[in-house]
Design a protein around this ligand. Structure first.
Ligand code: NAD
Ligand code: GLY
Length: 378
């Protein structure tokens, strides 16, 4: 059983804030602030990359159209030898074949050990560009510049990289920490609202697993289902607190030996929803929202947290415009899918369950009967 309460922390400097990811080796900053994209080149130089360093900017067509020119201009103005590679990057393209395209570009452009890959995009681009960097020449540097809310608060921080296998999501991958994460909230202006809401699921997750203050702030904000509803101040706050929460967990447990598993809150059951409803039916964040509601129902069933706390969780998820209802799925298929989860240890499924707003436990003693009862109620 593990309990954790990560808290937000950051060092201030005008509008741009820096959250350190304090790893013993490979520590790096998460830099957050409106307009930050224009500082991409100088920030990379500050991280020790010399003038003339080759930089491969990996992005997808939509993000290239909106932010490619600004990113390249900043890199070039900082005397970095930048070029772009645009890949097709939907979830269905998150494959070894697409990573091979990045490797081909690395070869063609003669990337060396001291060269750098910059991932500009959502979690799909970040995971693949990170994995390409982890594997090219046995590992070159990567900088993550996330442009979706989900990638800003979760995927870009922490060093998990990889691609999907026909047998399951993210089965092929490597830990490869970035040298810098640069978050410019202005890039969210063009993000489709459904994608924004999906990212809010991960923000709510940080509230439930460790940051009761963040949870309360989100509750007090009323509807939080669009960037307009959230507003720039709360947006900056939730980016900082989410990054700080993730940084703290990753620093304590880089390779998911224990504590880091709390970041999977809502994901075990969310994964079942994604798999059994068919990939593409629900966005990842939407499935996580359903998974958090379901994990809360299991926790109520086990007497770990109250109906009142579950009601608060459900209300906040709904305020973010996210789904909470467990879909009509065949119970035996759900149990079989749970057994196939990456988080199964010694054939026992490990659930992250809430015990209070801001506190969770990892439990491997949830019976099939409890799962079925809770999901029927959810
Ligand atoms: P995504 O990368 O597919 O992006 C969602 C959509 O938004 C795409 O169509 C993309 O083109 C578009 N887009 C991105 N930024 C935009 C912008 N600023 N303006 C307009 N459109 C924009 O999805 P995602 O939710 O960012 O990431 C999901 C992926 O992240 C999954 O593959 C998941 O496995 C992975 N993930 C990884 C980690 C990790 O720790 N590495 C954590 C969570 C999720
Ligand atoms: N997104 C879960 C993790 O980074 O561990």
């Amino acid at each position: 059983m593990t309990t954790a309460s990560p808290t937000a922390s950051s060092t201030a400097s005008s509008a741009i804030r820096t959250i350190p990811v304090e790893l013993a080796a490979n520590a790096y900053p998460v830099v957050i602030g409106a307009g930050g994209l224009s500082r991409l080149g100088p920030l990379i130089r500050e991280r020790g990359f010399k003038a003339g360093t080759k930089v491969l900017l990996v992005t997808n067509p939509v993000v290239m159209e909106h932010y490619g020119a600004a990113a390249l201009a900043s890199l070039e103005a900082a005397d970095l030898a930048a070029s772009a590679l645009v890949i097709e990057a939907g979830e269905d393209q998150k494959t070894p074949a697409t990573v091979a395209q990045i490797h081909d570009a690395a070869f063609a452009r003669k990337l060396e050990r001291g060269s750098l890959i910059v991932a500009l995009g959502g979690g799909v681009v970040g995971d693949m560009a990170g994995f390409a960097a982890a594997t090219w020449l046995r590992g070159i540097a990567v900088v993550q510049v996330p442009t979706t809310l989900l990638a800003m608060v979760d995927a870009a921080i922490g060093g998990k990289t990889g691609v999907n296998h026909p047998g399951g999501k993210n089965l092929i991958g490597a830990f490869h920490q970035p040298r810098l994460v640069l978050i410019d909230p202005i890039t969210l202006a063009t993000l489709p609202e459904r994608e924004f809401r999906a990212g809010m699921a991960e923000v709510i997750k940080y509230g439930v697993i460790g940051d009761a203050g963040l949870f309360a702030q989100l509750e007090a904000a009323g509807p939080i289902d669009s960037i307009g509803a959230v507003g720039p101040e709360l947006l900056q706050t939730l980016l900082e607190r989410s990054a700080a929460a993730k940084a703290q967990v990753v620093a304590a447990d880089e390779r998911e030996g224990g504590l880091r598993a709390i970041l999977n809150y809502g994901h075990t059951l969310g994964h079942v929803v994604e798999t059994l409803c068919g990939y593409g039916t629900w966005l990842h964040g939407e499935a996580v929202a359903i998974g958090m509601a379901a994990a809360g129902a299991i926790a109520v069933e086990m007497g770990l947290w109250s109906g009142a706390e579950q009601a608060r969780q459900l209300a906040l998820i709904e305020a973010a415009g996210l789904p909470v209802r467990w879909p009509a799925l065949e119970p035996q298929a759900v149990l079989a899918c749970l057994q196939g989860d990456k988080k199964v240890r010694d054939c026992r499924v490990r659930f992250v369950l809430p015990t209070a707003i801001g506190s969770v436990q990892i439990r491997d003693d949830v019976t099939a009967e409890i799962v079925q009862l809770a999901l029927a109620a959810a």
